[in-house]
Design a protein around this ligand. Structure first.
Ligand SMILES: Cc1cc2nc3c(=O)[nH]c(=O)nc-3n(C[C@H](O)[C@H](O)[C@H](O)COP(=O)(O)OP(=O)(O)OC[C@H]3O[C@@H](n4cnc5c(N)ncnc54)[C@H](O)[C@@H]3O)c2cc1C
Length: 457
């Protein structure tokens, strides 16, 4: 691994991961004046904000009696971490060297050196590995109902969810809002979800449960049209019509980069001292789903993030390695709030505004403007869209106003989404002089968009 390059200062504490565990650790470490660096992750092991960015209502996180939308909860926790002086690096960690002291942490642009490390890299959704999986990925197959459920191709069609736990049940109920019927494919004889969730599924007439059944393949033409199901106790297969199938079959811990350097269990979870955040290496702590295959909840992850930060603070102090960072002000300023722009109409359209919303702006600028136009297709409650939008807003300034950005909510502008061939959110299309120049699906680094737009200018 390379030398510490453009970041040769030694940090007190680096936190890898920006789910509830990572951001909670950051709140505690920042309040202890350790000025922690949070490497948020980008796409390798999930998006910034972690798994709760892919869900709708979180109804069990204390303090929100009426529930809160997952991405909103993560925005609030992030704002709290920032308010107290955490520093964010919005990249993936590609490599670590924990044999060296200070530890070396490498991202695509930086190599950081740090005395203490908290690993909060969470877990990623599993895939089935069926024969046509890659062919129909994003053409019917998805691992996130909340992100892709509003896609026009799914509207009033038969859909399916694979799995029998809380996530599968939640997704099946959620998808009844879009599909005409939802097949829940359950490998065993019972659902493993909480009793309240099981009741919701059983009482929903739009959900058909296929007990002791496996999905062995999907078929279709350009888009998937059928599920191929097999009963566990039979060799016979059955074809069932469905335009979409959503995986909810568990997770794998994001520990690839730590293999051979830390003690892991047989499934890859980081082993810590029982009930404590210390790992097999002094100065390295773990928190959240990455070291917890059992409880895997937002609140348990947040709690373990708190423990990891307190343990790291004590360890740094015992080792006499702490370099406290003095705050400019004793009291931090208020946390930032995101500003939502209004939908552009004939009456309020202003061509000097660079971020527009809705089909009116798209039609007008598509026909009249010579500047590059970036169209961002989003859907309500889509966590990855939530991550991408602030990145693209930063791009407006970096491009010195030389491109337009138009946000299209695919639920409100269904026809436009269909016309654009949008199969999931976020999707971004770049147009110039009525020509489609490029398309990106999912969350990408803003440098990728910038490079292609700059080539047009
Ligand atoms: C659909 C769904 C619904 C859920 N609903 C609920 C609920 O209602 N209530 C509840 O309490 N829990 C819920 N959970 C569980 C909850 O989301 C998790 O337990 C919790 O998010 C775990 O937090 P974490 O911080 O450990 O990890 P995660 O949330 O998984 O975050 C991991 C972070 O690490 C980052 N990362 C990974 N690899 C790297 C790398 N190489 N470099 C840099 N960063 C990296 C990721 O980008 C991400 O930011 C739900 C989970 C899912 C999937």
């Amino acid at each position: 691994m390379g030398e510490a390059n453009n970041y040769s200062k030694i940090e007190n504490l680096v936190i890898i991961g920006s789910g509830p565990a990572g951001y909670t650790a950051a709140i505690y470490a920042a309040r202890a004046n350790l000025s922690p660096i949070v490497i948020t992750g980008y796409e390798k092991g999930g998006i910034p904000g972690g798994q709760l960015m892919t869900t709708t209502f979180v109804e069990n996180f204390p303090g929100f009696p009426n529930g809160i939308i997952g991405p909103q909860l993560m925005d609030l926790i992030k704002a709290q971490a920032l308010r107290w002086g955490s520093n964010l690096l919005e990249e993936d960690v590609l490599e670590v060297d924990l044999k060296q002291k200070p530890f070396l942490i490498k991202t695509s642009t930086k190599t950081l050196r740090t005395n203490a490390l908290i690993i909060a890299t969470g877990a990623s959704a599993n895939k089935l590995g069926i024969p046509n999986e890659s062919k129909y990925w994003s053409k019917g197959i998805s691992a996130c109902a909340i992100c892709d459920g509003a896609t026009p191709q799914f509207k009033n069609e038969d859909l399916a969810v694979v799995g029998g736990g809380d996530s599968a049940c939640e997704e099946a109920v959620y998808l009844t809002k879009y599909g005409s019927r939802v097949h829940l494919i359950v490998r065993s004889k019972a659902l493993k979800a909480s009793a309240a969730m099981v009741d919701r599924v059983i009482s929903n007439r739009q959900i058909k449960i296929h007990w002791e059944t496996e999905l062995i393949n999907v078929e279709g033409q350009e888009w998937m049209t059928n599920l191929i199901l097999k009963r566990s106790n039979s060799e016979l297969t059955e074809k069932v019509k469905a335009k979409g199938v959503f995986y909810a079959i568990g997770h794998t811990p994001n520990t690839e980069i730590f293999k051979g350097q830390l003690n892991l269990d047989e499934k890859g979870y980081i082993l810590t001292k029982q009930g404590r955040p210390e790992t097999s290496l002094f100065g390295v702590f773990a928190a959240g789903d990455v070291c917890d295959s059992e409880w895997r909840q937002g609140i348990t992850a947040a709690g373990s993030g708190c423990k990891a930060a307190l343990a790291a603070e004590r360890w740094l102090s015992n080792e006499k390695l702490t370099k406290l960072v003095k705050r400019k002000e004793v009291e931090p300023s208020q946390a930032n709030k995101d500003i939502e722009s209004e939908i552009s109409t004939k009456e309020n359209f202003n061509e000097n505004v660079l971020w527009h919303k809705g089909s009116y702006a798209l039609k007008k600028l598509y026909h009249e403007s010579k500047s590059p136009i970036l169209v961002i297709y989003t859907s309500p409650n889509c966590g990855p869209c939530h991550v991408l939008k602030p990145q693209l807003r930063k791009l407006i300034n970096e491009l010195n106003g030389k491109a337009y950005f138009i946000e299209i909510n695919i639920e409100e502008d269904e026809d436009i989404a269909k016309q654009g061939g949008v199969t999931g959110t976020p999707t971004v299309q770049l147009f110039q002089s009525k020509k489609l120049i490029n398309e990106w699906r999912g969350v990408k680094q803003r440098s990728e968009f910038k490079k292609v737009i700059n080539n047009l200018l």
